[in-house]
Design a protein around this ligand. Structure first.
Ligand code: ADP
Ligand code: K
Ligand code: MG
Length: 479
């Protein structure tokens, strides 16, 4: 297999912040008890064309929290299942079409073809539900099994695609790969979030409470009341930073005997509503880059400064006002092309407007957020390299190491000795560490940040160091 095994202690640390303990325990016991074959229906080309012709429902924050705080009643839970069911088939069909639109020789690559087949499989598990309304507990449990299968099937998508595009690099340019992955991985973030949200709500809802009775008070660091599904309404960025620092610096010390340290400044007690796994993924990638640069340039005695600065409220108001009621109502009604055109003033292509709408949509409903600056003394980024840092395939890591990281063998020692640091990554969906060193950290981190209206900006002071600004918006007013 293509996964590189991470030391056990670190893997479990990474999982820790992903979701409340009780959800994790229940998820595990659910998977054990419901390990049976799912009902499937063969997917025809007609099915794909028909479903892909449906407009894509833009996932709003309101969608994720509209069923209220858990525990959900049975009817709210059915609403969540039916909503999930109403939007996933079209999303999967769009992904299949977009994979089929790649050059034939690229989509014929076994790894990329595997991803194509994974989407076909997931669509085949959803088709039997196509004309159904979920209104019994029995159906809801079965549907949650389908969702668990969906999340599981696509868990390693990123490392598999990375390997496929690496093998097919003779036939497709880095810019084309970036264009495809930017759309594909952004769409995947949304699809995954919808499925995981339903799974999380399922486990924290009244009809399934008996599953949780033994575990509800075991994890005081995760008071379940602050969670609505996968969203933590009381997320403290400083806690995630400290956690990511310990993971990244532990690897650094184990491998190289040095451990750059972080100095945390700003407002460490700030909290807001966001998706913890997203934040953890992004910060792990950004810290990994900062640590790598710091050690490579022999500056490990210099602290990496991380500053947490809440966004001023009035600034957000102005920002929200800049989006007219017309744009907001078009977003709400799913008229993304119209909304994106009137917001950006551009007649965007389908793809561009899909990407643009994924970005503008959350702005309409956002609440305060935060900027996190990561400042390192790692020497900065050369102007030649700076032009490429957002390309999915671009890395200053050498190819031998990348191939060996992907093939799961122990990476060869590099002249810089940084292979180990590049073999780690956050749990941004893969749960594995195989995408690191492939040049996916910055672009995928930015995709996560932009999903709810934030962003990442990199400012390099060549010869000195790098400042990275991560901005995140709170995910909507809850309550
Ligand atoms: P990867 O880390 O796998 O190479 P990334 O997308 O995370 O991929 O980063 C791409 C490249 O950008 C890195 O290989 C490195 O050359 C450069 N880079 C990113 N962050 C920094 C930093 N803080 N200091 C110096 N170079 C950086
Ligand atoms: K990159
Ligand atoms: Mg990186």
């Amino acid at each position: 297999m293509i996964q590189v095994q991470r030391p056990l202690i670190i893997q479990s640390q990474l999982i820790r912040l992903c979701c409340p303990l009780e959800t994790r325990l229940k998820h595990a016991s659910f998977r054990q008890r419901h390990h049976r074959r799912l009902h499937t229906k063969t997917v025809t080309d007609d099915d794909i064309a028909r479903l892909a012709a449906r407009p894509l429902h833009p996932l709003t924050l309101a969608d994720l929290i509209k069923n209220g705080r858990p525990p959900l009643s049975a009817s709210a839970l059915y609403n969540s299942a039916n909503f999930t069911l109403s939007i996933l088939p079209a999303r999967l069909a769009h992904r299949i079409q977009s994979l089929r639109n790649l050059p034939f020789i690229v989509v014929s690559n076994p790894h990329i073809h595997k991803i194509h087949n994974n989407y076909l499989h997931s669509l085949s598990t959803l088709l039997p539900w196509a004309e159904k309304e979920i209104k019994t507990l029995e159906d809801e449990v079965k549907f949650t099994e389908v969702m668990a299968d969906l999340v599981q099937t696509h868990a390693n998508t990123i490392s598999i695609l990375a390997r496929g595009f690496l093998e097919a690099r003779k036939y497709i340019s880095p810019k084309e790969v970036t264009r495809f992955l930017d759309e594909h991985l952004r769409a995947r973030i949304g699809t995954r979030l919808i499925a995981e949200q339903h799974i999380a709500l399922h486990f924290s809802s009244q009809p399934h409470q008996e599953l949780s009775s033994s575990s509800s008070s075991e994890d005081p660091s995760h008071p379940s009341s602050s969670y609505i599904g996968v969203i933590d309404t009381n997320l403290r960025p400083a806690s995630i930073i400290q956690h990511c620092e310990s993971v990244v610096s532990e690897i650094c010390e184990l491998k190289y005997g040095v451990r750059p340290h972080i100095v945390l400044t700003g407002e460490p007690d700030y909290t807001f509503a966001h998706v913890p796994v997203h934040l953890e993924y992004i910060l792990t990638e950004l810290l990994k880059n900062a640590f790598r640069a710091t050690v490579e340039s022999g500056m490990e005695r210099e602290p990496i400064e991380v500053t947490i600065a809440p966004l001023p409220e009035d600034l957000l108001c102005e920002d929200n006002e800049s989006m007219s009621d017309e744009v907001i109502s078009n977003i709400d009604q799913g008229n993304l092309d119209v909304a994106s055109k009137s917001f950006t003033g551009q007649d965007a292509s389908d793809t561009a407007s899909a990407v643009a709408s994924e970005m503008i949509r959350p702005l309409a409903r956002s609440t305060p957020g935060v900027t996190i600056r990561i400042r390192d003394r790692g020497g900065g980024i050369s102007p030649e390299n700076y032009a490429h840092i957002w390309d999915y395939s671009f890395t200053t890591f050498n190819e031998e190491q990348v191939s060996s990281t992907l093939s799961g063998g122990s990476p060869s020692k590099s002249s810089s000795g940084m292979d180990g640091l590049n073999a780690i990554s956050g749990p941004g969906g893969d749960g594995a560490n195989s995408l690191a060193g492939l040049g996916y950290g910055l672009p995928l981190g930015r995709a996560y940040a932009e999903y709810f209206g934030g962003g990442i900006a990199v400012q390099s002071m060549w010869g000195w160091g790098t400042d990275v600004y991560l901005s995140l918006r709170g995910v909507g007013k809850v309550d």
